[in-house]
Structures are given as C-alpha cells and as structure tokens.
Design a protein around this ligand. Structure first.
Ligand SMILES: *Cc1c(COP(=O)(O)O)cnc(C)c1O
Length: 475
C-alpha cells in the first residue's frame, strides 16, 4: 500500500514513511492510493471477531511494511481490557468498545474507556506502540511537540509515557483547561513527559508550535515530530470501531447502519467514510457540530467557509471548538474524484483565508452518495439532551456525545439502527453536567482523588525562543 498526497506533488510513500511525519511536503494530507475492500464473505468472517482480531484484519490492509507477526503483537498489546476497560464494569471490558441500547434503533457506541476517558485514546495508544517499534528499529529518537486545549494532549501523553526514544513537549494555555484535564496531564511524573503551561490562550500555544515547526533547521536537528489529527495512522486506527459497532447491532450484512459523530477536525467521521469505502454497509454518516458549525454549513449548502480564531466560539463541548476542519480535505479529495489540481485550487483559497463553494463547482450533488448528512447543537440543546437521557435511560453522557445524540435524533428512521459515538466520559466535563443535572457524574475509582495529586509543569510566557531553549535543555 502506497500513500499519496491530496495535493498531488509529493512522492508516494509507505505507511512507515508517513507515520512519523505530519503534512506531505506539498502541504497536502496523505491518503491510501486506493481503498482496500472487504467482500461479503470477508465481512461475514469478520462478524465473529473480537476487537483485536478485527483491528489486525483492518490495519494489516493499510500497514503492509511491518512484518505480520510484529503488527499482530503491537495490536494485541494495545487493545486489551486492562487499557480499554479502564472505565468499564468488568463485563464489557473485553469488548473494548461496548454498545449500549438506548431504545429501538438507537445505540451508544462507547469509545471512552481508555486511560484519558476520551475516544482519542483509541488511536493514540496504537500510535504510541507503533512509534516505539519503528524508532527502535531504526535507532532513532523523536521529540513530539504539540499544543492542546485538553483531550489531544492528555491522550498523547498517556500513549507515549515511558516509551523509549520518545519525549513529549505539550503546550497548553495556563489555567484554561478544566480542573480534571489539568490534573490528568500535570500529575504525570514520567521523565519523558514535559508539560508547558503558556500564559495565553490555546492559539498562542498553537502559534508557538507552528513557529518551531517552521524553523526547519531546529526541527531537523531536534527531531521534532507531531501527533496531530491529520496523522493517517490515527484515522486508520479509528476505522476499526466502525466495523466493531456495525457487527454488534446487525445480524446480516444486508442490514445498513448509520453513525452519528460529534465532529470538530473531521478525523473521527473521516474514519467512518473510510470504513464505508472499504465496503462496510453504512447508511448515513451524521456529522454533528456544536455552535462552531463550519461542517454543518458545508453539508447543508456546499460552501466551506473556515472561520478565524476570533470567530471561533468557546463552548461547553470544547474539543469541537474548531474553525478549520483539517481532515475534511481527505473527504473532498474523494468527492472531486481525486483531482489533485482541483485540490490545489480549492485549498489555495482556504490557505489564503478564503472559502469555496462546491455547489457552484458542480460537485455537491455527489455528497449524498457518500451518506453524509449534518446538524448542529447549542449549549441549551446539550443541557436538554443530557437531562432527557438521564431521565429516560438513567444514562449520563458528556457534552460532546450529547451534541451527537441531539443530531442523531433528527435522522432516526425505522428499520435502520443508529450508533451514536460516545467520544468522552462526563467526568471530564463536570461543570456542565452539574449545570444540567445538579449532580456530579461518576468517575473510575482510580481517579477519585486525581485533583489532589502533586503536579509537575513549567509556566512560560508565549515566547518561541523560551520554548526552544526548554526543548534543548531537556534533550
Ligand atoms: C477530539 C474530540 C471530538 C472531535 O473529533 P474530531 O475527530 O476532531 O472530529 C469530539 N469529542 C471529543 C470528546 C473529542 O475529544
């Protein structure tokens, strides 16, 4: 399997070659040159597989330059009940991504039972093991530099902690994450994890990461790498749970299933698109946004109009407060028939701060054929959904999952099961749960006193040189 850039001006690469990098040199995103497809007979054989078996079956189609036994070992070491049953009762821990029926046709697909209680663990834990394996093979080291507003940073740190050859330097806005998220990251004591709290907002932290990455000499010399959401390995790992969820709620491959996905960077739902292209019988992919509704606007009108930071709202589902959906480029690549020249034209406009209109360009009629529909949700909708679920089913969902469920309801239809993806546990976003229900959500026993643990972090002005010095001093 070779990987090509959406902008068509970078050489094709293997999986191992693209895993440790970020964007392709031409500024595009890597995509498999064609989608592997599963036949009906293969799908039937996959129906009885457990999570690890399914993960190997799917991932081995994308990763063909790691020896089969090594990949199998990596997958088996990653998707265990010990790591992904962290927040489960004992019974469903082995399922890794258990399904819960809410009512006829509506299910929750639970993706947040990993160490940081958010779905990003599903891919990041695999990445940690793949990185360590590839670095050991080539005798290399990497320094991962990132900026986070919460979920990405903690998932990356818990995946990379203690891994040989890897250091993580994670920037976050000082005193701007939730108490739980702060404690989760800053209580890590592993010598290869460095938390840097920047006196500013998330964009200040993000700008520093961009500035350091644009210093090509520094980047090469200190082996600076990233684990952001455009990493193809993350998308590939997320494809697996669409298969697992599908088999959990169907009896035969003639049944179709829809998925509702709380979306920000379009990474999660992009994996659903890939699963569909691989032959999984998906009916609808429901893209749910919060008040930052760039994606909803596109799927309603055909106009993609990213916003700048000043027009990005801070909401109570903060991990979806995104104004530019980086993985969206992957879907548009397929939508325009993989026409790289067209992609350069469209993203030329986006990169210059502009927008594009695919209805005017004649591509929008094709969107329905890919199953995409969309909707958005407000703070009031989230509170209402959280209350309603608690009342009707005794279930407490987090704010992002609530956005997905609100929009899922708009697309329910008889005879088609809908799986709403649960992307975080409510414990991560306690304040809004208290606002909705007047009570705190539960959390795994091991995390009861999380906020009381000693914390280790550096505080810095938003200063690129200071961050570079910190990296140099700790290498
Ligand atoms: C990251 C995140 C999302 C958004 O996922 P994308 O892949 O960026 O669309 C939704 N919910 C939670 C809890 C997240 O952490």
């Amino acid at each position: 399997m070779r990987y090509i850039s959406t902008r068509g001006e970078s050489p094709a690469q293997t999986f191992s070659q693209i895993l440790l990098g970020g964007l392709a040199p031409d500024g595009g995103l890597y995509m498999p040159e064609s989608y592997p497809r599963f036949s009906d007979a293969e799908l039937s054989a996959m129906r009885g597989m457990n999570y690890r078996e399914l993960a190997y079956k799917v991932l081995s189609r994308f990763i063909d330059d790691i020896p089969a036994q090594d990949l199998l070992d990596i997958v088996n070491k990653t998707y265990t009940a010990k790591i992904f049953g962290y927040a489960c009762d004992g019974q469903s821990a082995e399922d890794i991504t258990p399904t819960f029926k809410l009512k006829d046709n509506l299910y929750l697909l639970s993706l947040s039972n990993g160490p940081t209680l958010a779905f990003k663990d599903m891919a990041m834990q695999l990445l940690g093991n793949l990185f360590e394996y590839l670095l050991a093979k080539t005798g290399q080291q990497i320094n991962i530099l990132g900026a986070t507003s919460g979920d990405t940073g903690s998932a990356a740190e818990y995946a990379m902690r203690g891994k040989k050859g890897i250091r993580v330097f994670m920037l976050s806005p000082y005193q701007k994450m939730s108490r739980f998220q702060t404690a989760q990251m800053f209580s890590l004591r592993d010598p290869n994890i460095f938390n840097i709290a920047v006196k500013g907002v998330f964009d200040d932290a993000q700008d520093i990461v961009k500035a350091v990455s644009n210093d090509h000499e520094f980047k090469a010399r200190y082996k600076i790498g990233a684990v952001n959401s455009i990493n193809w390995g993350r998308v590939a790992a997320q494809v697996v749970y669409y298969f697992k969820g599908y088999f959990a709620v169907t009896k035969s491959n003639s049944e179709k299933v829809s998925f509702a996905v709380p979306s920000g960077n379009f990474g999660n739902v992009c994996a659903g698109h890939v699963a569909r292209m691989m032959g999984l019988p998906i009916d609808k992919l429901v893209v749910a946004t919060n008040e930052n509704d760039v994606l909803d606007e596109f799927f309603r009108t055909g106009i993609y109009r990213p916003r700048d930071a000043a027009n990005t709202f801070q909401t109570s589902s903060p991990s979806m407060d995104i104004s530019k959906a980086s993985n969206f480029e992957r879907f548009v690549f397929d939508l325009v028939g993989r026409d790289a020249a067209k992609m350069r034209e469209l993203w030329g406009k986006v990169d210059a701060g502009g927008e594009f209109d695919l209805k005017a360009e004649g591509y929008f009629d094709k969107v329905a054929g890919y199953g995409f529909v969309s909707g958005s949700s407000s703070h009031a909708d989230r509170l209402q959904t959280i209350r309603q679920l608690h009342k009707d089913y005794g279930v407490v969902v987090d704010t992002h999952t609530a956005d997905g469920l609100k929009v899922a309801e708009e697309y329910l239809e008889p005879g088609v099961n809908m799986l709403a993806l649960e992307t975080a546990l409510p414990a991560k976003f306690e304040d809004t749960i208290v606002e909705a229900l007047g009570q705190r959500p539960g959390r795994p026993a091991a995390l009861h006193r999380l906020e009381e643990l000693p914390q280790r972090f550096a505080v810095m002005e938003p200063d690129v040189d200071a961050v570079k010095r910190f990296i140099v001093d700790h290498c």
